[in-house]
Design a protein. Structure first.
Length: 332
């Protein structure tokens, strides 16, 4: 079932339209990643979907009704958002912050019922911040604070969750853990989640669908579909970044790559090849160790052999090999 859809939607500001005539969708229990370069309008689109700013034209449709058909209270029970803006109140505990998510559901005096409290505790448990419940939000890490913000939206118990750059400012382990958490919530709690991100590797691994922004146009599809039809690679046109649609990895475009042959197997071959590419070599596999410029054997200890000017030089690390090649890269 299509839970969120954009119908001929144009977004921007009174004197400037940023994105025109968008027709996109997200189904029930789906994790959607919004990807695009800086300044193309990702935050503006998310704010428009959340009804934090008006659309220029067109409609945002949630659960079969346009945003304008919902009262403020009804929308708060259906849609929640986590922005990149820091929490403005520093004296809150994690439990108090998460409890704010229940306020759309409380009575006029805002008193939490036993059911509300149970939902707050469950939300903290699900995202892994229950042990931090009584800590001040200023005393926890960025990753823990981001988890607490996600717990707040879970306590709000909306079917649609929007997140603007949820992995910004997080270290690598926390980036993966947060997006994996979002993916898991779509399955275990049946949420539809849309998040914007610059972490393309993570999005490709975890998202069910990409909304891919190229210029003022958006394309949608499974990550693999957008890679196969080469739309994904277009994000990097005019930059030094290259996307290899055979290996699914990014690399810096390097000019005047010098050929080098490499012999070896497994992870030693792979990571030695990566090091050689970083040094400006175009790596070619060679099955004949006697003819290869570099031979790597992953024994104990691992050895790297460089054939250069009739000499046979051996090293015990990629670093030693790299330093030798950097000092004098004339082979054989």
């Amino acid at each position: 079932m299509c839970f969120l859809s954009l119908s001929n939607l144009s977004v921007g500001y009174r004197r400037r339209t940023i994105l025109n005539h968008l027709n996109l969708s997200a189904t029930d229990c789906e994790l959607v990643a919004l990807i695009g370069r800086n300044g193309v309008g990702k935050s503006t689109l998310i704010r428009t979907i959340a009804r934090l700013q008006p659309a220029i034209s067109g409609e945002v449709i949630v659960a079969g009704k346009t945003l304008g058909q919902y009262s403020r209270g009804e929308l708060a029970g259906l849609l929640s958002i986590v922005s990149t803006e820091p929490v403005g109140v520093s004296h809150l505990t994690v439990r108090q912050l998460v409890s704010f998510g229940r306020f759309p559901h409380t009575n006029w005096i805002g008193k939490l019922t036993a059911e509300d409290i149970a939902l707050v505790e469950e939300a903290m448990r699900l995202v892994g911040v229950a042990p931090l419940a009584d800590k001040n939000i200023c005393e926890i890490s960025d990753g823990e604070r981001q988890r607490a913000m996600i717990a707040r939206t879970l306590a709000q118990d909306t079917r649609l969750i929007l997140l603007d750059e949820p992995t910004a400012f997080l270290d690598m382990p926390n980036k993966y853990e947060v997006i994996y958490l979002l993916h898991r919530l779509t399955r275990t709690k049946r949420k539809t989640i849309l998040f914007s991100t610059h972490d393309l590797d993570i999005a490709m691994q975890e998202a069910d669908k990409l909304w891919l922004m190229i210029g003022d146009t958006l394309y949608e599809g499974a990550p693999e579909d957008l890679i196969l039809n080469r739309q994904f690679a277009r994000v990097f046109e005019g930059t030094k970044l290259h996307f290899d649609d055979h290996k699914g990895r990014f690399s810096i475009k390097r000019e005047d790559m010098r050929p080098i042959t490499l012999s070896g197997d497994g992870r030693y071959f792979y990571w030695t090849g990566k090091a050689l590419e970083r040094l400006g070599f175009a790596v070619q596999r060679c099955e004949d160790e006697q003819r290869a410029d570099v031979v790597v054997s992953g024994g104990s200890p691992a050895l790297w052999t460089l054939h250069r000017r009739g000499q046979r030089l051996q090293f015990t690390s990629v670093y030693e090999l790299s330093k030798c090649l950097s000092i004098n890269n004339n082979l054989k």
